[in-house]
Design a binder for this molecule. Sequence first.
Ligand code: NDP
Length: 330
Amino acid sequence: MTRKVPKKSLITGITGQDGAYLAQFLLDKGYEVSGVLSDGHQHSLHRLKILGIADRVQLLSCRLTDIDCVGKLLSEVQPNEIYNLAAISSVGISFEKPDQTMQYNCLSVVALLEAVRRLGIKTRVYQASSSEMFGNALCLPVTEDSILNPISPYAISKVAGHLLVKNYRLAYKIFCCSGILFNHESVLRPDNFVTKKIVSTAVRISKGSREKLKLGNITIKRDWGYAPQYVRGMWLMLQQALPNDYVIASGQTHSLQEFVELAFINLDLRWEEHVDIDRGLFRPSDITVTLGDSSRARKEIGWEYDMSFSDLVKILVKDEVEYQTTQILS
Ligand code: NDP
């Protein structure tokens, strides 16, 4: 009896929220999973450890903005699929470090696509694009064909990556897809993201902490989903006969205030008693509302999402309670 040869995947940004969930998803599908640790960047393996998969993935080092280095890596691993998730991913940090954001987020996409082109390999590429690319869209919900109107250094860098993918697909027939993902959350979100900050602070307050939760503009509205369900969309895009770009979104929008209220209600607390609005936390320019339309993803690749907003917040709170308890015990 012949055994099926496992497919090989390579994930940049494997140490981040999506990288960790995607690695777990691909391992469950029987893939060999390699991840890239970028030279010159301090990585933490704690998300892979939380999911119990740190020793099931191969970790390799590479300067991801260097075409030759990426070419050597691809020749060594020979992946069937590459998921390019590594990025300076915070809008807030991109205002503080616009130069590094542009440099890393743009050059790493060029290096990857150009290495694939030069090697002439059939590797399929997923690029992590973002709803932020549409800025304050004139028409909601946003689709794949909506006008790009970025209003932060992060969003501008993501537009560059997005357009590079379209260009390499058209010019060189490379199988590359952009997943235009709307905000997706989990207990593995880094601490500097607002949902994680809200939930982790609320949980600490419920356990007796006397701290205040400091927030910026809580009137903004976002299309929020649950991260483990979004990584399936990334994989589905690379399993199709032809490459394309797809919006992955929940199709609902809610204000940050609603998120805060629900997080505290889940812990039997009144949010008004624990939150301070700090104008210093307002962004220089911010998107008022995001809302995505995933009809193309539903029809063409079979990606579905059916979690309600209240269930999402409930899961985030429950997982955070568990996470903080295991942190104290370990
Ligand atoms: P995370 O911030 O959790 O992970 C980002 C990854 O990139 C981490 O592995 C991080 O390493 C790595 N990284 C960050 N800066 C650098 C750098 N200068 N050099 C090399 N590696 C770096 O993001 P997510 O997992 O949430 O997102 C994955 C991708 O999807 C990102 O490209 C993001 O912009 C995009 N995206 C995310 C959305 C979301 O709602 N989560 C929405 C739309 C797009 P480490 O953690 O070890 O520092």
